[in-house]
Design a protein around this ligand. Structure first.
Ligand code: PRT
Ligand code: ZN
Length: 287
């Protein structure tokens, strides 16, 4: 067994920090995190952690100073060509949108012609404008983009949105979404083959946690003459487990249902005579 260690870059403090640490916890990776330290090391997985500013992560991973990283897809798209996206992580969801003053008319991207647009995402915005053949001037500013139209610095903004309340409270309205983003696991191109094995082990564990969070374990009682009918509603991972109950002509069925299908399946099960339905969260799921 090689003694190589995988180096993972994470956001040190910010919107992705908690989700990143929670994910490591869910995949069973143990380490000490102190708020002052920029470095930590796991004692139960060959993983070293570097805590960085999110904007620096693609560069560090791209240069091979770290092997992999967790960062918003929006940051990766803004700094293209540095890293490969290996796996989507499903947290830190947001969108990069263009917004104009609420009172300004807008009927499609052409309305942006000749406008001044403030953003911290100049490359992504320019790409959008080019794709639509729009000539507009892009002002790169480093923060508080949403106040730019109010103080006369710009006519429009291009910024990240999650709930939309920041835009609303600054008198702006969202008119174009140019990117949907979530946290992603990125890798340095040409990752050392031994480190690829470690990275893939990590991705395998993450996949098991993600699959589990999208499914529930379900237990229910059904009359024996309904087992076939009810089983057909519960495809599960293979087919449901059937355990006879001690009393009467009833059995207990155990299976797995998708979170998205859950309420619809429950209604159909009840209609088919199922009783005593228990639904339990799953921690890890390996198919
Ligand atoms: O210090 P560092 O450089 O590491 O952090 P940062 O301040 O640059 O980034 P941070 O922590 O704000 O965001 C990190 C990542 O979280 C982003 O790159 C996105 O991938 C993701 N993310 C998810 C968001 C949001 N949601 C979000 N709402 N990043 C920023 N926002 C901001 C947005 O810029 C705007 O100011 O929140 C405001 C809008 O929020 P709503 O809810 O009012 O729409
Ligand atoms: Zn940042």
């Amino acid at each position: 067994m090689s003694d190589k260690r995988l180096r993972l870059a994470l956001q040190s403090a910010g919107r992705l920090s908690e989700g990143s640490l929670q994910l490591l916890n869910q995949v069973g990776i143990r380490f000490q995190k102190s708020s002052k330290r920029l470095y930590s090391s796991s004692d139960n997985f060959p993983l070293d952690l570097y805590f960085l500013r999110d904007d620096d992560i693609p560069r560090y991973v791209g240069d091979g100073v770290a092997d992999i990283g967790v960062v918003g897809e929006n940051v990766v798209v803004e700094q293209p060509g540095l890293v490969d996206i290996t796996h989507r992580l499903g947290f830190g969801r947001c969108r990069l949108s263009i917004a104009v003053r609420r009172s300004d008319p807008y009927d499609g991207p052409d309305s942006l012609t000749g406008k001044h647009i403030a953003t911290t995402y100049p490359n992504t915005l320019k790409r959008f404008l080019d794709e639509h053949g729009i000539e507009a001037s892009v002002h790169q500013i480093s923060g508080s983009v949403e106040i730019a139209p109010g103080i006369g610095l710009a006519d429009a903004v291009c910024d990240l949105v999650s709930t939309g309340s920041t835009l609303l409270s600054n008198g702006l309205r969202e008119v174009e979404t140019i990117l949907h983003s979530e946290a992603v696991l990125v890798s340095t191109p040409n990752l050392d083959p031994e480190l690829v094995t470690l990275r893939d082990e990590l991705v395998f564990r993450i996949g098991a946690v993600q699959a589990a969070s999208n499914h529930k374990y379900i237990l229910l009682n059904v009359p024996n003459d309904r087992i076939a009918e009810v089983s057909a509603m519960l495809p599960g991972m293979k087919s449901p487990t059937v355990v006879p109950l001690q009393e009467g002509a009833w059995s207990s069925l155990h299976s797995v249902v998708k979170e998205d299908d859950f309420w619809e399946v429950i209604d159909r099960l009840r209609d088919a005579g199922a009783e005593g339905i228990l639904v339990v969260p799953i921690e890890k799921m390996i198919r």
